[in-house]
Design a protein around this ligand. Structure first.
Ligand code: B12
Ligand code: SF4
Ligand code: SF4
Length: 301
């Protein structure tokens, strides 16, 4: 299976992925996810509860799965809109789901040559992506709950390939957070504790996932200046300020037509302009009305 691993490493690099690691598909996930759900930290994202059996057993997604190949793909480290209504870095350019899916299909085809059956996901399926990325030796889970790499920090997407091939697993990496607690301390709504993020308090949840028109006063205040997502806990992480040689795909940079628009102008977009400007953006799925709600910091409440 060495040849399959070498082939996938080579192909992934050609496709622009920054790192590849392998974890055993039966790596014990423990009960962190169950406890997080029991505590209600998923807010109203009921799908997370429904998918629990699949999350805990990748064999239910791909019978005979032996290995989980985890990959990282860089997105920009700077916020092109910071001064004027910030958009989380991961959402500034084109929709990464659409960008990464064909690349993962290419890797699937490569692995088929070695007799593997695969299923591929990038934030698109019930797989514990951060857990497997840590098990695959790509980095460690920081106090903000995200995967951090010693050579690149946390500003990256995770993708995974479940495969029936029995690939040699990589070694999990040691935690390098040490005594640092900058992310926990910087979070404007104190959503972080015990290496987990409580979505009920997280501004990313409120601006991306929440369908509500109402938000508690504390959340509304913290939301000012945030249009979509939140990067505060990552901005303060020292690992995101180390020099890096990682390349960023230009498709993930914010186009000038969006970086130059004021929040007021964005709040008043017609449906037609919304489609024209955001058709290829991950922000599109939230809809024009929710972007307006975010810009006005939940005025309905
Ligand atoms: C639901 C979700 C959200 C929700 C809930 C966030 C949360 N608290 O998990 C909301 C909308 C709030 C959100 C926000 C963000 N998200 Co999000 N999200 C997800 C999603 C779909 C599921 C995550 C989940 O299940 N969370 C519940 C927790 C408990 O489970 P978990 O993440 O798998 O954590 C495991 C580990 O913590 C593990 N664990 C930890 N320690 C230990 C120790 C041991 C010994 C063991 C055994 C296990 C273990 O146990 C958990 C269960 O497996 C994933 C994609 C995916 N399929 O995984 C993306 C994902 C985690 N999100 C991502 C991103 C980029 C973000 C944001 C940065 C976006 C933004 N800028 O606004 C923020 C960051 C907020 C934060 N600090 O977490 C990326 C993270 C990339 C990275 N470098 O880690 C992912 C992986 C998507 C992707 N494919 O790139 N997200
Ligand atoms: S994304 Fe923002 S609100 Fe959510 S945990 Fe990080 S700093 Fe806190
Ligand atoms: S800010 Fe500090 S505690 Fe948080 S993830 Fe980075 S190194 Fe770890």
């Amino acid at each position: 299976m060495k040849a399959a691993r070498q082939a996938v490493n080579y192909a992934a690099e050609q496709l622009g992925f920054s790192a590849v690691g392998v974890a055993p598909a039966d790596a014990p996930q423990g009960d962190s996810l169950k406890r997080w759900l029991q505590a209600g930290c998923h807010a109203d994202m009921a799908w997370l509860e429904r998918h629990l059996p699949l999350r805990l057993d990748p064999g239910k997604l791909l019978p005979g799965v032996r290995s989980v190949i985890m990959l990282t793909y860089e997105y920009p480290r700077y916020d092109a809109r910071k001064e004027e209504g910030s958009v989380a870095r991961y959402a500034q350019g084109e929709d990464y789901h659409k960008l990464l899916a064909p690349k993962l299909s290419d890797l699937d085809e490569t692995l088929q040559i070695y007799g593997g059956k695969q299923r591929c996901f990038s934030d698109s399926g019930p797989v514990s992506e951060r857990f497997f990325a840590a098990m695959a030796g790509l980095g460690w889970i920081g106090r903000h709950g995200l995967l951090v790499r010693s050579c690149g920090g946390s500003f990256c997407f995770l993708s995974c390939i479940l495969t029936t091939l029995p690939l040699q697993p990589d070694t999990p990496m040691k935690d390098h957070c040490g005594k640092c607690r900058r992310c926990e301390e910087a979070c404007p709504t104190r959503a972080l504790s015990q290496r987990r993020c409580d979505a009920r308090r997280c501004l990313s949840y409120w601006t991306i996932e929440s369908k509500q028109t109402d938000a508690p006063q504390e959340i509304r205040e913290a939301l000012r200046g945030k249009m979509y997502g939140c990067d505060v806990c990552q901005e303060v992480c020292p690992w995101n300020h180390m020099p890096t040689s990682q390349r960023v795909d230009p498709h993930l940079l914010m186009p000038a037509r969006l970086s130059g628009m004021s929040p007021d102008a964005l709040a008043e977009l017609s449906e037609e302009d919304w489609e024209r400007l955001f058709a290829n953006s991950p922000i599109h799925r939230t809809g024009a009305a929710h972007l307006r709600r975010n810009i006005l910091a939940f005025p309905g409440s």
